[in-house]
Design a protein around this ligand. Structure first.
Ligand code: NAP
Length: 306
């Protein structure tokens, strides 16, 4: 395949960047992949595993001559990285990011970019609970969504090229406004993560009482919460600090629903519980028929005991 970009610079070399590098190589989407990370240790691992064609010590060096620059650092670090690379960006380059929050990233990054580059924020809706340059895999984005958030003055050709790039990485691409993105993600990802963190925290307290039975007998349900709650603490701290309003709105609604269910249990209102669980089951079926998860029992963990 003809490369879509001549030189792609990946700033930050964690799960998302390493998966992008591997998926780019799979499809030949970049003439050259240049990478950089904050720590010498991460850069060293990237060299050892041959993740990129070239690793630079600084972000400023990585972006020189790149026609696509992808910011793959935690949301709270985006502004500082943009300030570092701003003066070194090539004329006509596209700058994008993969951050899980969009409005705050736009506000942090935009002021540092010269007006001769295109800034097109993005968010691939794909991930795992693992971090770092060794955690990536080429298939991460296959059949997952990537949301592009073009700016009012974005060049349609630059947006189309970035869309083709993400499609080449295996993703389905949609465009969305930043505030809507942040609300949708608060429902589908951010609030669920907070609930998982809370549930695992509660069970951890209980574990001290029950002498580790919670871990020993952890069945589907709790175990799935623990997987989500093992996600990177820095990334998730930054998500909540930067998507405050939407997350608080969804958590407010969540609390109301929880109280309603609590009341139904106390008053023995089986009809309420049954109707509620019937409605939620239909949502799960919708996700499966949209191809976003497997309907295999136990999420497809074949051969493993629950
Ligand atoms: P990761 O595996 O933890 O890697 C993060 C990278 O950012 C590392 O290379 C790290 O450098 C660097 N970094 C951390 N703090 C930094 C700072 N203050 N300044 C400069 N560099 C810094 O993270 P990831 O999972 O790939 O996530 C990257 C981005 O993708 C985040 O914005 C996240 O919101 C978004 N995202 C994540 C997921 C997911 O499920 N993981 C899904 C979609 C989008 P060192 O290794 O040198 O410390």
């Amino acid at each position: 395949m003809t490369p879509i970009y001549d030189r792609v610079a990946l700033i930050g070399l964690g799960l998302i960047a390493s998966s992008m590098a591997l998926a780019m190589k799979r499809q030949g989407l970049a003439g050259e992949i240049v990478g950089t990370a904050r720590s010498a240790a991460t850069r060293q691992i990237a060299v050892e595993i041959g993740l990129c064609d070239r690793i630079t010590e600084t972000a400023a060096d990585a972006v020189k001559g790149a026609d696509l620059v992808v910011l793959c650092v935690p949301v709270g670090a985006m502004g500082q990285v943009a300030a570092e690379i701003g003066p070194h960006l090539a004329r006509g380059a596209t700058v994008t990011d993969v951050g899980s929050v969009k409005r705050a990233v736009i506000e942090a990054v935009q002021p540092h970019l010269p007006d001769y580059v295109e800034f097109i924020p993005a968010h691939p809706l794909a991930g795992t609970e693992h971090s770092g340059p060794r955690s990536g895999f080429a298939e991460l984005f296959d059949n997952r969504w990537c949301l592009l958030v073009p700016q009012p003055d974005s060049d349609p050709e630059a947006v189309l090229r970035l869309r083709q790039f993400w499609e080449g990485l295996g993703a389905n691409v949609d465009e969305m406004d930043a505030d809507h993105h942040d609300l949708v993600l608060a429902v589908t990802s951010h609030a669920p993560h907070l609930i998982a963190y809370t549930m695992v925290g509660v069970a951890d307290d209980l574990r001290r009482v029950t002498d580790s039975e919670v871990i020993k007998y952890s069945a589907a349900g709790f175990r799935d919460f623990t997987r989500i709650a093992a996600s990177d603490p820095t990334m998730w701290r930054d998500v909540f600090l930067n998507n405050k309003d939407a997350t608080l709105e969804i958590l407010g609604r969540f609390t109301e629903e929880l109280f309603a269910l609590q009341r139904a249990i106390r008053t023995g209102d089986g009809d309420h519980l049954h109707a509620y669980f019937t409605r939620t089951r239909a949502i799960r079926r919708g996700i499966i028929s949209a191809g976003q998860d497997t309907d295999a029992p136990d999420f497809g963990r074949s051969g493993r005991k629950v």
